[in-house]
Every structure is written in C-alpha cells, then in structure tokens.
Design a binder for this molecule. Sequence first.
Ligand code: PGA
Length: 252
Amino acid sequence: MSRTPFIAGNWKMNKTMAEAAEFADAFKKQEIHSKAKMAFCVPFTDLAVVKKAFEGTEVGVGAQNVHFEDSGAFTGEVSLPMLKEIGLDYCIIGHSERRQYFHETDESCNKKLKKLLNESSIIPILCVGENLDEREAGKEEEVVSSEIKADFEGIPEELAEKVVIAYEPIWAIGTGKTAGPEQAEKMCGFIRRTFASLYSQEAADKLIIQYGGSMKPENAEALLAEPDIDGGLIGGASLIPEKFAAILNAAK
Ligand code: PGA
C-alpha cells in the first residue's frame, strides 16, 4: 500500500501577520524536491495572509482548532463557516496543548471531527498521544486506543478514512526528546491496527499517520523511513523555512 507522505507545520501561537508573510516569501525560495504533501497550520489571525501568500502553490493551509457550533455566545471561539470562507484544507483537532491547557476532551474532539467531516471538505488532523507518566507506567497503548475509540465514536468509515492521525507523545513535544524511530513506529503501527479493528483493514491501509514531537532535519529521514509513519506534524522546526524544507526533502 503506498501512501503519499504528508508533512504539516503547526505554528502554535507564533508569528504575526507580517512575520507570516515574511516566512511565506522565504519558504517559496526553498528548493523542494519531494513529492510529499505539505501544509502549515497557523494562528487564526494569519490564515488569510498565508492562504493568499500560497495561492496557486502546492502548499495547504490549516487552522489549529474549530468550534463545533456554527455561531453564538462562545467568546473567543472560531466556527467552521468562518474557516470555510477562507478556503482551508486542514484543521488540527485535539492537540495535546489544547487537551492540557484548554480542557479539550475526547467528547469535544468527537464533536469537532463530526462537524468538519459532515459539513466541509477540510481534513482534520487528529492528535493523540500519551504523557510521560503514562509512558513510564507502560500505558501508552491503552491511552492512545482509548482516545481513538472515543474520538471516532459514531463516525462512519467513509468519513473516518479522511482523517489524518498524528501520534504525538506529549513527553517529546517541544522538549528536544524524540521518540526513536522504532518507538514511534511501534505506536503508529498500533494506531493503524486500532483503526483497522474499528473499521476495516482497507481503511487502515489508507490512513495517513504522522509522527509529531521534536521532528527536525536531523531525525526526519529515519522516522519517515518507518513503514507506518506517513509524515510529520512539526512544531518548532516549521517556524524556520530552511528546516521545514529539509524535513520535506527527507520524505521519500
Ligand atoms: P514540536 O511540536 O515539533 O515543537 O515538538 C510538535 C507539535 O506539538 O505538533
């Protein structure tokens, strides 16, 4: 089964509009010799700027969150109709920082996935992963399978197979500690088997699974060479055009 690699940047809460435009100019000058799909998931305020800057290129644009209601009294939130008008390609759902600091739950991830899948062509990038205590207690598979089961609850196969899953061990995010290729492969393979048990082997074979957590030019090639790792969700290294380009070029 051949799957096209997919490398996405997650800018988190970084870059003003001016900085985003500057980044886009610099990134367009990079030499990319990779067939991988690529995208940047940027702050809400940067979406229109980045979308315009990459118009007519292969670069996809995504948000980092969406609310599951269309409109209403939800101060500080952004809805799907608002995102659709910008013409986005992707939206991150359930990043561990949102789960940890903003009370994102599997229940809200499930509602957001359903909203995106039922009412738009925006592809969700669903993040799952265990924290350090859970890893040390040997509970990483239990944690990740319970997240996947709850997040996909009630979602039929024909919609579920559109989702990209990012395996992001929380202990490796922004810490410089990367899961080794074998460790990451083990979990991505486990995620594929979990997905197969919920849906079908056929759907699992098509599923794009990214690894995320301190992926950088120095370790990208080894991680991306693993059979169940189809791409990366890149935080820190996606803020620097040369580094993100080097990761893309490591995807065969
Ligand atoms: P990092 O972040 O690459 O800076 O570790 C990855 C992520 O949180 O998506």
